[in-house]
Design a protein around this ligand. Structure first.
Ligand SMILES: NC(=O)c1ccc[n+]([C@@H]2O[C@H](COP(=O)([O-])OP(=O)(O)OC[C@H]3O[C@@H](n4cnc5c(N)ncnc54)[C@H](O)[C@@H]3O)[C@@H](O)[C@H]2O)c1
Length: 455
């Protein structure tokens, strides 16, 4: 196991003992609470600082629509299986509800509501005219063939549109990676008798099999990580990072930071947590994971550590990029990284915020850190709507401009209110959405009287 011999920030030295890689041990269970409660607590704090009316607070806390439904799909062996689907529209105040579709073995209304809410507030902070939505399918994709996953996706969309469109709700902008995006686009277009390109983001382009959208969140996280290191007067080439989660977000974040010279000394996924004091060769690690069924398990050039140890390593930046509530009141005090970048949605429990604030940890909140994806989705929607093709460079340039400005806005606001970056981010997000609500009478006439200040 791992112990730290010298925690001088520039020269980290670790004492390590090789553990047995052949045990097949899975990660410890993640402590989760109700992530929507953490989201609500943060929203309420900002809403109270802004002195919003109770009716407006209640309006913004509740979802516009939440549905769960069962749908049946014929499997490759001719049997049928029934799946559970969720869809939550959190808000359409700023514009059409946008949100990804996720496939997961265990989810529920609370988690889907939480993820939809995250999108509302991220879009608000980024000044994007979208509301927040999220779709979820309970299934184990590792058990599904490609054709079964396609049929599950199409059956979900059919069941969903039967519910959504008959009630005249705005069509959601559904994000995912190819080939899911191709199935979604085909199905939506078939149902509506027109090619609805703008409805689906994350689509492949002819010269871009790895869509810009799929890299965007990681690219954005790496950008704000570099800004955070700069704010702490750390040079990338003299900095170390630990990244929890090696899926779409963790992998792209690791790659972009590695390209800038950041030493990634620890990574993990649901199967294993790995440590290499010399820093991982990230392209090699990605190639290994991809050839190993998207698992880091068994990677040769590393020591295996306990998953919880990754979070408490004395690195310059800790990047939780797996799931919500992995940093809690139970482990926050043990975290040594002076900077945490919230790559996942809600990786820090609201109770842990207080402990990290006391320790003066520089926490870059998820509303800013992982907004690259929604910004690029919006830019894709804009290109499709305007019939304008933009280059990858143009898209990333626009994304970076928004993230950079918001980083500066948040740091300045935090200084002004003498509070955390998280409170500053929420304050700006809620203010921007309420400002939109007051001017956007076409979208939310019914809410006009509700947004009045208490005093
Ligand atoms: N994909 C996006 O564009 C995007 C955008 C914004 C926010 N997010 C958030 O980022 C997080 C990751 O998203 P993703 O798209 O990379 O998902 P993913 O499913 O592609 O990858 C998740 C990774 O986390 C690992 N993991 C799961 N539980 C773990 C645990 N307990 N310990 C360590 N690793 C664990 C998985 O093995 C996998 O490597 C989620 O919270 C998601 O909501 C994603």
């Amino acid at each position: 196991m791992l112990s730290v011999a010298d925690t001088d920030n520039n020269t980290l030295t670790y004492r390590v003992q090789l553990s047995n890689m052949s045990t097949g041990r899975k990660t410890e269970p993640v402590v989760t609470g109700n992530a929507y409660e953490s989201l609500t607590a943060r929203f309420r704090k900002a809403a109270n600082l802004l002195q919003l009316s109770d009716s407006f607070i209640n309006e913004l806390e509740a979802s516009v629509e939440e549905i769960s439904f069962l749908f049946t799909v014929e499997m490759d062996n001719g049997n049928t299986e029934t799946f559970t689907g969720y869809y939550v529209i959190h808000s359409t105040l700023a514009g059409p509800a946008k949100g990804g579709l996720y496939y997961v073995t265990d989810t529920d209304e609370d988690t889907t509501r939480f993820l939809a809410g995250c999108i509302t507030w991220k879009a608000a902070l980024a000044g994007i005219p979208f509301g927040g939505a999220k779709g979820g399918i309970v299934c184990d994709t590792t058990r599904l063939s490609k054709t079964e996953k396609e049929r599950v996706t199409i059956a979900y969309i059919n069941a969903l549109t039967a519910n959504i469109h008959t009630r005249n709700n705005t069509a959601g902008n559904v994000l995912n990676n190819a080939p899911v995006t191709d199935w979604l686009l085909d199905e939506f277009s078939l149902q509506h008798g027109a090619s609805l390109h703008a409805v689906v983001s994350g689509k492949r382009t002819p010269n871009d099999s790895n869509s810009v959208r799929s890299q965007a969140t990681g690219k954005g996280i790496s950008l704000v990580t570099l800004l955070a290191l700069e704010a702490k007067k750390k040079r990338p080439k003299k900095s170390s990072a630990a990244i929890q989660g090696f899926g779409n977000v963790g992998m792209h974040t690791a790659l972009y930071l590695w390209e800038k010279g950041v030493k990634i000394v620890a990574v993990s996924d649901a199967d294993t947590a790995l440590f290499n004091p010399e820093g991982f060769h990230i392209p090699d690690l990605i190639a290994y994971s991809e050839s190993n069924g998207n698992s880091l398990y068994g990677y040769y050039d590393a020591y295996e550590i306990l998953p919880g140890e990754l979070l408490t390593l004395p690195v310059d930046v800790l990047i939780p990029a797996a799931t919500q509530h992995v940093i809690t009141a139970g482990n926050a005090a043990a975290i040594k990284a002076p900077v945490i970048v919230e790559a996942a949605n809600g990786p820090i429990h609201a109770e842990a915020d207080v402990i990290l604030q006391r320790k003066n940890t520089f926490v870059i909140p998820d509303l800013l850190a992982n907004a690259g994806g929604i910004i690029v989705s919006y830019l894709e929607w804009l290109q499709n709507t305007l019939h304008q093709p933009w280059s990858t460079e143009q898209i990333f340039q626009r994304m970076e401009t928004i993230l950079h400005k918001n980083f500066t806005d948040i740091v300045e606001t935090a200084d002004q209110i003498r509070d955390t970056l998280r409170t500053a981010a929420w304050l700006l997000a809620v203010k921007r959405l309420t400002d939109t609500a007051t001017v956007n009478t076409a979208i939310a006439p019914a809410l006009q009287p509700a947004y009045s200040q208490k005093n």
